[in-house]
Design a protein around this ligand. Structure first.
Ligand SMILES: *Cc1c(COP(=O)(O)O)cnc(C)c1O
Length: 370
């Protein structure tokens, strides 16, 4: 950020005076979600490694680890470097790292923190091996299994086993186990649909595990799961680690899955900046303050008001017939449509309890593209 003095609020400020657009975090709800997920993992005796791509915040990672998480997952190398810079000591990069510049950074990061990474091709394995050897480190590599849908990963069974053998045979690498995240399953809307899909991919993961065990390559870690399916992975007996991310905040897309026990803790605070027409108003949060790729934000606290569309810097609020008009200068709380890419639009998380700002945390890994 170019102007660090532009902080939307300070600790002690009333929430109603927070400048907008701002991202608010309800600390009671956040802490409740962190405790609840720690309970899901400990009751099932699996490890919890929350995905930090949701929050990009070392402050939240520390709370998760304080509640029992073994470390975090990261998606981008720069995200992982930022977490390590802030003392997060055990990181799984759930992303294939390709290219010599990044491979050198990967090996340098492995020299200063406990780090694992994933692969779905022998050429990535060769790159990891070369970089780790040059840096004098041993890197743990998990095989990325594609459990359905168009995403990274090799097929379960023989292709995954063949790649595991490449890893085990490579200089300076250690075979760490299996990564099997089914992204498409997370937002199936009913618990029955999610359960059916889970059963099918868990069977494939278990078959791969058994194939490798017969070949003398036990899987130390079998990790996967998002907020939508993690209770299935936790209890199913195949996975020994879960990696949900969105549960800390939740969003409108996850709300459409039905009750999960996790509470909304993340809100966009926006100001009504134009309200001259009947049935319509504009807030100061468009696509540069609210991601709308999978779901529109939900308007809280004003019956009949809907977030109907977004331009770059304008959020269009439609009012149903009979709804009270919105007051120019008034503030609205919105539930983000999709939490992860919304967080990435902000420099600060304005954390409140009750009606008072308690802390302002940097989104330290914001924009960590490289
Ligand atoms: C995003 C992601 C998660 C977390 O999923 P949520 O739906 O945000 O809980 C877990 N693992 C991987 C590999 C991911 O990309």
């Amino acid at each position: 950020m170019n102007r660090p003095e532009l902080v939307p609020a300070r600790p002690g400020d009333p929430v109603r005076e927070v400048d907008t657009p701002a991202l608010l975090v309800d600390l009671d709800a956040l802490e409740g979600n962190i405790r609840r997920m720690a309970g899901v993992a400990s009751a099932a005796r699996v490890r919890l490694r929350p995905h930090a791509k949701a929050h990009k915040s070392p402050d939240i990672a520390r709370l998760q680890i304080g509640a029992g998480a073994v470390g975090v997952c990261c998606q981008k190398l720069a995200e992982a470097e930022t977490m390590a810079d802030h003392g997060i000591a055990d990181i799984l990069l759930t992303y294939e790292i390709v290219g010599e510049t990044k491979l050198a950074r990967l090996a340098a990061l492995a020299a200063r923190t406990r780090l694992s990474v994933i692969a779905d091709h022998a050429d990535q394995v060769a790159g990891y091996s070369r970089a780790a050897k040059a840096a004098g480190v041993t890197l743990s590599v998990l095989v990325d299994i594609c459990p359905g849908g168009m995403r990274t990963g090799v097929d379960a069974g023989e292709p995954a086993a063949a790649l595991a053998k490449e890893i085990a045979a490579a200089t300076a690498l250690r075979f760490g186990g299996l990564q099997a995240y089914n992204g498409a399953a997370q937002h199936l809307r009913t618990a029955a649909e999610r359960s059916t899909v889970y059963e099918a991919y868990a069977r494939q993961v278990a078959e791969t595990r058994d194939l490798l065990a017969r070949d003398g390559l036990p899987c130390e870690t079998i990790t996967g799961a998002g907020t939508g399916t993690c209770e299935l992975e936790a209890r199913g007996g195949v996975f020994n680690e879960i990696q949900p991310g969105s549960y800390v905040f939740m969003d409108a897309d996850y709300a459409a899955n039905g009750a999960s026990g996790f509470e909304q803790s993340l809100f966009i605070l926006a100001t009504v900046m134009s309200a001259g027409r009947p049935g319509f108003a504009v807030v100061d949060a468009g696509t540069k303050a609210a991601n709308v790729d999978v779901a529109m934000p939900l308007v809280l606290g004003h019956a009949g008001a809907r977030y109907a569309g977004a331009a770059d810097e304008h959020g269009k609020i439609a009012l149903d017939p009979g709804a009270a008009p919105l007051r120019l200068g008034g503030k609205l709380r919105l539930v983000p449509g999709h939490c992860d890419p919304t967080v990435n639009l902000y420099d600060w998380l304005v954390c409140f309890r009750g009606e008072v700002v308690e802390a302002v945390w940097p989104v330290a890994a914001r924009g960590a593209l490289l």
